[in-house]
Design a protein around this ligand. Structure first.
Ligand code: ATP
Length: 365
């Protein structure tokens, strides 16, 4: 078996009773990568992480760390650092003692322990809290200490299970920046579990998107623009859905007609479609342009509509545009567009073929 990956999951399956919660999971993680497991609640992220951590055993398949099969190996023999959603520091120990705990178990000398604890406290920018107790720290500081504690043993693999979800929005952003910088600087192979797509996009070299225990897509954050399925497209980011049929399949283009009669052209990304197929058609809010007048005579990829609602959201604005039986959400750069749109105004929405995503529609969809 290959030794060139830090982590390999080969056809891993986990059942609880008859319920298959992780199915046929295959993944290879290279040294130094940060890979996120992303998906909605109950999709199997934590169960997969717990199998890698050694808290759960797979029912089928192999799990390798640094090329060695780990099935049946206890968690403390897997050379891991772990950080969970809750801070999980020992309340009766000082920060120094908390961070040093893993080294004490490994019988590391006092001098070496001091050197390593000081180093990781420096890394998480909290060198001055060693003598305090966890309750004397803020939530963000406690989570940084949990990260220091996970890193102090210089593990092969760092497992982070929703480490930011108990923090407020601003702190989440700050800490995710710090974790990313730290992860890239020390180059520790990392798995990051989250249900927050923006966090996954921000943190990861690659993202594993899961749904109902199945891997839907493994790709870089950029692969977000090449979604493998309707689930991936809609889970990662907001999107507008229209329904329609394929009218013609050309070499590089699909010609479509929505059920409300709008003609569209979409870039053809695969060979899945034939004329007459019922499809779901998606466009992201930020890829739709708004104009007061129709800019050219072509009637394709343009829909006339009425502004229903505008919302200012800081870095951008969102508008609801009624295009007849469907309301499109359109995202605009606030600075450029501030003040010129008001409810009741007639506008033209316009988009490019490369910004249209098409998926086969189930009979009742
Ligand atoms: P969340 O984001 O809510 O933590 P998740 O993606 O991490 O969700 P898991 O916790 O891995 O999901 O759970 C996957 C499925 O397995 C869920 O349907 C859950 O109810 C089920 N499950 C998890 N642990 C057990 C268990 N010990 N016994 C029975 N079912 C379980």
């Amino acid at each position: 078996m290959s030794k060139s990956f830090d982590v390999e999951l080969i056809n891993v399956q986990k059942k609880f009773g008859t319920n298959v919660v992780v199915d046929d999971f295959n993944l290879q993680i290279e040294q130094g990568e940060c890979v996120s497991f992303l998906g909605p609640s109950g999709c199997g992220k934590t169960t997969t992480l717990n199998m890698i951590a050694g808290f759960l055993e797979p029912d089928r398949g192999d799990l390798l760390i640094k090329g060695k099969r780990m099935n049946g190996t206890p968690s403390n023999k897997r050379d891991l650092g772990m950080v969970f959603q809750t801070y999980s520091l020992f309340p009766h120990m000082t920060i120094f003692e908390n961070v040093a705990y893993g080294l004490k178990l490994r019988k590391v000398s006092k001098a070496e322990t001091k050197r390593r604890v000081d180093k990781v406290l420096d890394l998480v920018k909290l060198p001055h809290v060693a003598e305090r107790y966890p309750k004397q720290l803020s939530g963000g500081q406690r989570q940084r200490i949990a990260i220091a504690r996970a890193l102090v043993t210089e593990p092969t693999l760092l497992l982070l299970d929703e480490p930011l979800s108990n923090l407020d929005a601003k702190l989440r952003e700050e800490l995710r920046e710090e974790i990313k910088r730290l992860q890239r600087d020390i180059g520790v192979t990392t798995i990051f579990v989250t249900h927050d797509q923006e966090e996954a996009l921000y943190m990861s070299n690659r993202i594993v998107v899961l749904d109902h225990g199945k891997v839907e897509q493994i790709g870089t954050p950029w692969d977000n623009n090449r979604p493998a399925s309707e689930f991936v497209h809609t889970f990662i980011g907001k999107s507008n859905r229209l329904t329609g049929v394929v009218e013609r399949v050309l070499d590089h283009t699909l010609e479509l007609k929505t059920d409300t009669g709008i003609s569209l052209r979409a870039v053809r990304r695969n060979d899945c479609f034939a004329a007459g197929d019922k499809v779901s058609i998606y466009m992201r809010p930020e890829s739709i342009a708004l104009h007061v007048e129709q800019r050219h005579s072509a009637a394709t990829n343009v829909a006339k509509g009425t502004v229903k609602l505008t919302s200012f959201l800081g870095a951008y604005s969102e508008c609801e545009i009624d295009i007849g039986q469907t309301v499109l959400t359109v995202r605009l750069q606030s600075v450029e567009q501030d003040g010129w749109l008001s409810p009741g105004m007639h506008v033209y929405t316009e988009w490019k073929p490369e910004d249209v995503f098409v998926f086969a529609r189930k009979e009742n969809g």
